[in-house]
Design a protein around this ligand. Structure first.
Ligand SMILES: [Ca+2]
Ligand SMILES: [Ca+2]
Length: 167
């Protein structure tokens, strides 16, 4: 199903390749671990995940605690896939790729790591909370990747507010 949103129709009518694309956020480029936006614990960052453009965040945590990333939806298509890597860049959590009309399934989840989808409205979560027991002290990396449909004419986007805390 193609989503004939007004911007999509206008873009097609204009024969324009870029005019339906949404701007990205000021945190770009943040597409790799080396470019990650380092979060101050307890301080929110606002971003936009555009499809095909990962947003990578980092937070430092001590050993033996729980590192919590909470992402609240601020609108647009809202179908993010999450992954978490530890201080050795080892994979701790990953959602499988999915189409937006379906929901994500876990591809990998290390012991002591859990993603909760909360405040659902119309089957879509309003808040995503990823909790991880910290087996090591160091820098943890959260990656947000906006998903799409098989045939969306224009890239999807998601606006979010992200905060990391240590409990
Ligand atoms: Ca972004
Ligand atoms: Ca990015």
């Amino acid at each position: 199903m193609i989503r004939w949103t007004l911007p999509a129709v206008l873009a097609l009518l204009a024969g324009c390749q870029r005019c339906g694309l949404r701007d990205d956020d000021p945190l770009e480029p943040n597409n790799t671990f080396d470019q990650a936006t380092v979060l101050v614990l307890g301080q929110a960052a606002e971003g936009r995940a555009n499809q095909n453009n990962p947003d990578v965040f980092a937070a430092d945590a001590p050993v033996g605690h729980t590192l919590v990333f909470e992402a609240r939806s601020r609108g647009l298509e809202n179908c993010p896939r999450f992954s978490l890597h530890g201080p050795g860049r080892e994979l701790l959590y990953q959602d499988a790729d999915f189409k937006c009309h379906l929901r994500s399934e876990k591809l990998f989840q290390a012991p002591g790591v859990e993603l909760q989808l909360l405040d659902a409205e119309g089957g879509v979560a309003g808040r995503y909370v990823l909790r991880a027991n910290t087996q090591q002290e160091g820098r943890y990396f959260l990656t947000i990747v906006e998903q799409g449909e098989a045939d969306n004419a224009l890239p999807f986007s998601w606006d979010y507010r992200l905060v990391a805390t240590v409990e």
